[in-house]
Design a protein around this ligand. Structure first.
Ligand SMILES: Cc1cc2nc3c(=O)[nH]c(=O)nc-3n(C[C@H](O)[C@H](O)[C@H](O)COP(=O)(O)OP(=O)(O)OC[C@H]3O[C@@H](n4cnc5c(N)ncnc54)[C@H](O)[C@@H]3O)c2cc1C
Ligand SMILES: Cc1cc2nc3c(=O)[nH]c(=O)nc-3n(C[C@H](O)[C@H](O)[C@H](O)COP(=O)(O)O)c2cc1C
Length: 644
C-alpha cells in the first residue's frame, strides 16, 4: 500500500476537490498591513506553505467589520476596496497549486477600542475575562448588520478567487460568544435557550449560503467544547452541528476551547497528548454527517493518516507544524521522516510571541518563518574558515546556516555530546522534543559536512595558533552560583546536574528558585516520587498560570503535594537544612538531603579577550551574549550564519 494513503487521498467539500486531506488551519501572523491588506511578507509566507503540498490553506482571521478587528495588523474583508488585496492571496496560493479558504471573523469582546476605533461589541456587554474592558451589548439591528457583513465578506471572497470560506465560530470570538451561555445572557431571540443562542451562527451560515449560491464550499469552525465552567459542552455541539449543515455549512472544523480554557487547549502545549481532540471530531462527524476537519497537536502525518482511517475525521489540520517545517508533508510522503523538523509545541515563537509580546509570528526552531520574503540564504561570496565554539542551539544553528552557504565550518564542543543546555532542558516531563531538534540538527550538520570536534575546548592559545578567519562565540551560559554560605556543601547540586541524572535522589529535595529551571526541575523530581519544596525570593511566582506550559507545570506541582514558599531568601545551607528569611523572620527548612540550585545563569565569554587580542573577527550569539531562551539562541545563530 502506498505511504500515508488515507491522508494523501483526494476529498470533496461541496464543489471543491482537494488533492489531499491535509489542511493548514488559520493562524494569525501579524504580517498584514494596518489597513487590513495583505503584504509581500504575508504572501511569501503563504506561498511557501502552499509549496509544501498541503491540500487546503485557511488564511488567517480576516475581519468582516472594522469593529471586529482583533489587532491592528489583521486582514480585512469589510469593504470592496479590499478585494484586490484578497485576490493577491489567492493568486499566491494558486500559483503553487494550492487551494485557499478565507476565514471570516469578528472578535466581539476580544479586542480593544484602540484597534477598532469603537467600543468592542458583544452579545451581552459582559467584558472579556482576559481583557476586562467595557463592551457594548449588540442591538437586534446591529446583529442584523453584522450577519449581513459576513455575507458581504463571503461575496468578496468569491470575487477574489477563494475556493471556500470558513466562518470562525470558535475560540471565544463573536460567534462563539453568542453560542456560549457564559458570555450570552440575553433574553431576546438571540439568548437563553440552545435554539436562541444558536440563532446568530445559523443566520450567518444561511446568509452566506444565500449569497454564494448552492455549490460554493462553506466551512464552519467551532470549539467542540468550551471546557470552561458555565460554558457549553460537546453535547451542545453534537446538537448544533446538523443544524449548521441544514443552514448551509458543508464541513465542520472541530477545534476546542476558548481563551480562558485552563491550559489553553486551543493551542495545546507539549504537555498535552498528540491528537487529544480527535475524539470530539469523531462525535461531531457522527452527528453532522458532513466532512469534518480534526485538529489539535497533530504534527505527525502518520497519526493523521490513522485518524482518517479510523473515521475520527475526514481531513486533518496541521497548524504549528506548518510553521516549524513547511515541507513536512512532502518529506513524509517520501518516507523521509528523519528530515522533518518537528514542532515542539512550545508556543514561544508563535502564539505567545503574538499574544504576550505583541510581536509578529515566527517559530522557535525555524528562524526563516516570516522571513520568506527575503528569499533563501545566498551562497557566501568568499568561503571562509569559520570556527563555531559551542555545540548548544546557538552554535548548531550558526554552523548549519554558515555551512549551507558554503563556509568551511569546524564546530567545537567542550562536552562529549552536542546540545548545550538543551541536554538537561529536555529531561523534565514532556520536554523530549527539545532534544529531537538537536538530533535533527546533527543529521543536517552531517550532510553539510561540518567537522564536529567533541570533547574539544577552544582556548585562547588554540585560537592564537590556528587563527581561523572568523569565530562564532556560542559558548552559552553556566549556572549562577550566588555567595550563600554552605553552597559548596556535599548536599548541594545544580539543576542541570540533577536533570542529567548525575545525582542520587532521596525522598525529599529543596529547590532554590522558582523560575522555569526551578519549576521544571521540581517537575522532574516529583515525577520520580521526590517530595519538593521550592524557595523563591520574589513575592509572586515567576512562572504564572496563563500560558499553556506554565499552567500544567503549576498544576502538576500542586498535585504532587509540593510547596512553593514565596518571599523566601536563602541565607545559608547546612548539611541537612536550608536557612531562609521570610519578611523579618529567619526560618529553617529540614530535612534537606538534596538542595538544588536554580538561581539563574551567567554568560561564558572568557574567549572574548583572546579574540580581541588576536584581532580575530567574531560574533557573539545566544546565551553567551545574555542568557535567554532557545528562540534567541537559534535566531542569533542563524543571523550570524547569514551575515558572515
Ligand atoms: C533546565 C533548563 C531548561 C530550559 N528550558 C528551556 C525551554 O523550555 N525553552 C527555552 O527557550 N529555553 C530553555 N532553557 C534555556 C536554553 O536551553 C538556553 O537559552 C539555550 O540552550 C542557549 O543556547 P546557547 O547555544 O547559547 O548556549 P548553551 O546551550 O549553554 O550551549 C553552549 C555550549 O558551549 C559549550 N562551550 C562553552 N565554552 C566552550 C569552549 N571554550 N569550547 C568549546 N565548547 C564550549 C558548552 O559546553 C555548551 O555545550 C532551559 C535551560 C535549562 C538549563
Ligand atoms: C500563531 C497562531 C495563530 C492562530 N490564529 C488563529 C486564527 O487566526 N484563527 C483560528 O481559527 N485559529 C487560530 N489559531 C489556532 C490554529 O488554527 C490551530 O487550531 C491550533 O494551532 C491547533 O493546531 P496545532 O496543534 O496543529 O498547532 C492560531 C494558532 C497559532 C499557533
Amino acid at each position: 500500500m502506498p505511504r500515508l494513503e488515507n491522508l494523501f487521498s483526494p476529498v470533496r467539500i461541496n464543489r471543491l476537490e482537494l488533492k489531499n486531506r491535509a489542511v493548514m488551519p488559520a493562524m494569525g501572523t501579524g504580517y498584514a498591513g494596518s489597513g487590513g491588506k495583505a503584504t509581500e511578507r504575508l504572501l511569501a509566507y503563504l506561498s511557501r506553505r502552499a509549496r509544501g503540498g498541503v491540500g487546503l490553506i485557511v488564511t488567517e482571521i480576516c475581519a468582516v467589520d472594522t469593529r471586529g478587528k482583533g489587532s491592528p495588523a489583521q486582514l480585512g474583508a469589510w469593504s470592496d476596496e479590499l478585494i484586490e488585496s484578497l485576490a493577491s492571496i489567492t493568486q499566491a496560493i494558486h500559483a503553487e497549486d494550492g487551494k485557499a479558504a478565507l476565514q471570516l471573523y469578528h472578535a466581539g469582546r476580544e479586542t480593544l477600542e484602540a484597534f477598532t476605533g469603537a467600543m468592542p461589541e458583544s452579545p451581552s456587554g459582559i467584558p472579556s475575562p482576559t481583557l476586562m474592558q467595557p463592551c457594548e451589548e449588540m442591538s437586534a439591528l446591529r446583529i442584523a448588520e453584522v450577519i449581513d457583513g459576513y455575507a458581504k465578506a463571503a461575496a468578496r471572497a468569491v470575487e477574489a478567487g477563494f475556493d471556500a470560506v470558513e466562518v470562525h465560530g470558535a475560540h471565544g470570538y463573536l460567534v462563539n460568544q453568542f453560542l456560549s451561555p457564559f458570555s450570552n445572557q440575553r433574553n431576546d431571540d438571540y439568548g437563553g435557550s440552545d435554539e436562541n443562542r444558536a440563532r446568530f451562527a445559523l443566520a450567518i451560515a444561511s446568509a452566506i449560503r444565500h449569497t454564494v449560491g448552492p455549490d460554493f464550499p462553506i466551512i464552519f469552525r467551532v470549539s467542540a467544547d468550551e471546557l470552561i465552567r458555565g460554558g457549553y459542552d460537546l453535547s451542545f455541539m453534537e446538537w448544533l452541528a446538523p443544524r449548521l449543515v441544514e443552514a448551509g455549512a458543508d464541513c465542520i472544523h472541530a477545534s476546542v476551547g476558548v481563551f480562558t480554557t485552563p491550559g489553553n487547549l486551543t493551542i495545546a502545549s507539549m504537555d498535552t497528548e498528540p491528537g487529544f481532540n480527535l475524539v470530539r471530531a469523531r462525535a461531531i462527524r457522527q452527528a453532522s454527517g458532513v466532512p469534518v476537519i480534526g485538529v489539535g497537536r497533530i504534527n505527525d502525518p502518520a497519526l493523521a493518516d490513522e485518524a482518517i482511517a479510523r473515521g475520527d475525521a475526514d481531513l486533518i489540520s496541521f497548524g504549528r507544524q506548518h510553521l516549524a517545517d513547511p515541507d513536512f508533508l512532502l518529506k513524509a510522503r517520501r518516507g523521509e521522516e528523519e528530515e522533518i523538523r518537528w514542532c515542539l509545541a512550545c508556543n514561544q515563537g508563535c502564539i505567545e510571541r503574538l499574544m504576550y509580546e505583541f510581536k509578529t509570528v515566527t517559530c522557535t526552531i525555524n528562524p526563516e518563518c516570516g522571513k520568506e520574503y527575503k528569499g533563501p540564504p545566498v551562497p557566501a561570496e568568499k568561503p571562509m574558515r569559520v570556527w563555531v565554539t559551542g555545540g548548544g542551539p546557538a552554535g548548531l544553528s550558526a554552523a548549519l546556516t554558515a555551512a549551507e552557504r558554503g563556509h568551511k565550518i569546524e564546530l567545537f564542543e567542550r562536552d562529549g555530546e552536542l546540545g548545550g543546555q538543551l541536554r538537561s532542558a529536555s529531561r523534565p516531563p514532556n520536554k523530549k522534543p527539545l532534544y529531537d531538534w538537536v538530533e535533527w540538527a546533527k543529521r543536517r550538520l552531517d550532510r553539510a559536512t561540518v567537522v564536529i570536534r567533541l570533547n574539544s575546548e577552544v582556548t585562547g592559545d588554540l585560537l592564537r595558533s590556528e587563527n581561523p578567519d572568523h569565530v562564532i562565540l556560542a559558548t552559552g551560559a553556566l549556572p549562577a552560583v550566588p555567595p550563600i554560605p554552605g553552597i559548596e556543601g556535599g548536599n548541594v547540586f545544580d539543576a542541570r546536574q540533577v536533570l542529567l541524572g548525575g545525582v542520587g535522589l532521596k525522598n525529599s529535595a529543596v529547590v532554590l528558585g522558582a523560575g522555569y529551571v526551578g519549576m521544571e526541575t521540581a517537575d522532574y523530581l516529583t515525577s520520580r516520587g521526590v517530595k519538593v519544596t521550592i524557595l523563591e525570593m520574589s513575592p509572586t511566582p515567576p512562572v504564572g498560570k496563563q500560558r499553556a506550559h506554565d499552567y500544567w507545570l503549576n498544576r502538576r506541582f500542586k498535585e504532587s503535594g509540593g510547596q512553593l514558599l514565596l518571599d523566601s531568601t536563602v541565607v545559608g545551607i547546612e548539611p541537612d537544612a536550608v536557612v531562609y528569611r521570610q519578611g523579618d523572620k529567619e526560618r529553617r527548612l529540614e530535612p534537606a538531603p538534596t538542595v538544588v540550585t536554580a538561581m539563574g545563569a551567567s554568560p561564558e565569554i572568557e574567549l572574548k579577550s583572546a579574540l580581541d587580542a588576536a584581532a580575530i573577527p567574531y560574533t557573539v550569539v545566544g546565551d553567551a551574549d545574555n542568557p535567554r531562551r532557545l528562540l534567541e539562541a537559534v535566531y542569533e545563530g542563524y543571523a550570524a550564519g547569514l551575515e558572515i
